[in-house]
Design a protein around this ligand. Structure first.
Ligand code: GLN
Length: 229
């Protein structure tokens, strides 16, 4: 039977509440996805996850992070975000979080924060993913644009929203390239760390977030990632 259309997400929300309740009755624990909520488009990630029936919490302090099973670093202005991370003690907390093999996904400015080397201009970073990024590296044409490119995550090209995104200039030997744009890596992963130069949270395609939730599930075998896909 064809699935009914669900433009407002009502069916997905009801289904996810019913599933959450039945898991709660069974004593299962749901994973907690934290989103760094300092500056930038953190709310768009929360809406994307909510549309998939997954709840998230805003992270502003190491104590907020301590409760989380996974973390999203959203787009925005990486210089401002980095300064906040340093001031709030979140820089060390996130490094420790990564060392515990908890999944982290950085989009655009978030990807810049994860890179081992940041150029244009040089900037400090968390150094959790072996790659070199060039801030605002696409120049005027792709300054802010919706494009598409090949991806290993689906057969059809992946829609990518670029907003003053970084060019991923170099990736380390064990970094997987999951999507490309204009011959350059646009979505990359090493183990439990995922980074995109574009903004998957600004499209209606859940492919990249689903992939991230699969990573989260791998690292939290005793918890439930409740996705009403
Ligand atoms: N250009 C921004 C930076 O360098 C990133 C832009 C974005 O996250 N959309 O931090």
């Amino acid at each position: 039977m064809p699935r009914p259309a669900d433009p407002c997400g009502t069916i997905a929300a009801v289904r996810s509440m019913a599933l959450a309740y039945s898991l709660y009755r069974q004593g299962a624990t749901l994973v907690k996805i934290g989103i760094l909520a300092v500056q930038g488009d953190f709310d768009a990630h929360a809406r994307m996850l909510a549309s998939m029936g997954v709840e998230s919490v805003e992270v502003r302090t190491p104590a907020d992070l301590a409760d989380c099973d996974a973390l999203i670093l959203p787009g925005g202005e990486s210089t401002t975000q980095l300064q906040f991370l340093k001031e709030e003690g979140l820089e060390d907390a996130i490094r420790k979080f990564a060392a515990e093999d908890k999944a982290i996904f950085g989009t655009c400015a978030g990807a810049i924060l994860l890179a081992t080397e940041v150029k244009n201009p040089h900037q400090d970073s968390l150094k959790l993913l072996d790659m070199t990024v060039l801030r605002n590296g696409y120049g005027r044409q792709v300054h802010s644009d919706v494009v598409s490119g090949p991806s290993t995550l689906r057969k059809e090209p992946l829609e990518m929203v670029f907003i003053r995104g970084p060019v991923i200039e170099r990736v380390g030997p064990n970094v997987e390239v999951l999507a490309e744009y204009a011959g350059k890596p646009a979505l990359v992963q090493k183990g439990h760390i995922l980074a995109s130069a574009f903004h998957p949270e600004l499209t209606s395609d859940t492919t990249v977030h689903r992939h991230f939730l699969d990573l989260v599930a791998l690292g939290t075998p005793r918890k439930t990632v409740d996705v009403s896909r």
